[in-house]
Design a protein around this ligand. Structure first.
Ligand code: IMP
Ligand code: MG
Length: 174
């Protein structure tokens, strides 16, 4: 499979993350914010988004494995690495690369809500349109994209292409 057309350029991503970071900075002013990145895909978004947030944020990460083929999610989620810290009474913002079926986030929200954070919100760089998913409120969203498999900016195909500085389609993936 080859990298197809560039869907979102590095400059467009940077501009969007600047806006998202400004909104987060405004909304969490005076609050103690914990960012939770979902590994591995979200590590690039997390690093760049966080640098546009002008607050003393803390970081934590969860690693999730969602079973399925290389390009289709199955909805069965397993926690490979849990948070290092407790989140009770903390303001928590989950940072994700992409919302596809939404099953991963749906599962995570349920799992984290039980730990009684002061607040729990979502930020995602990409949202796939035209996909049926459980109700999910993404407070900070980047771009809506067609329901095609994409790579780059943290997103992989069989572990590769996460390092591309842009988001691109994959020829022959769907
Ligand atoms: P979900 O279907 O919303 O649960 O997505 C779960 C995970 O699948 C995301 O966090 C990504 O890591 C991965 N994923 C979903 N769509 C794509 C894609 O188009 N390219 C690469 N990874 C994807
Ligand atoms: Mg993945």
């Amino acid at each position: 499979m080859d990298i197809g057309k560039v869907l979102i350029s590095a400059d467009e991503i940077d501009e969007k993350l600047t806006e998202m970071g400004a909104a987060i900075t405004r909304d969490y002013e005076g609050k103690d914010l914990l960012l939770i990145g979902i590994l591995k895909g979200a590590f690039v978004v997390m690093a760049d988004l966080a640098r546009h947030i002008d607050l003393p944020v803390e970081f934590d990460f969860m690693a999730i494995s969602s079973y399925g083929s290389a390009t289709k999610s199955s909805g069965v989620v397993r926690i490979l690495k849990d948070l290092d810290q407790e989140i009770a009474d903390r303001h928590v913002l989950i940072v994700e690369d992409i919302v596809d079926t939404g099953l991963t986030l749906h599962y995570l929200l349920k799992n984290l809500q039980v730990r009684k954070p002061a607040s729990l919100e979502l930020a995602a760089l990409l949202i796939k349109d035209g996909v049926e998913r459980p109700p999910l409120e993404v407070r900070y969203e980047g771009f809506h994209i067609p329901p095609k498999f994409v790579v780059g900016y943290g997103l992989d195909l069989d572990g590769k292409f996460r390092n591309l500085p842009y988001v691109a389609e994959v020829e022959g993936a769907d």
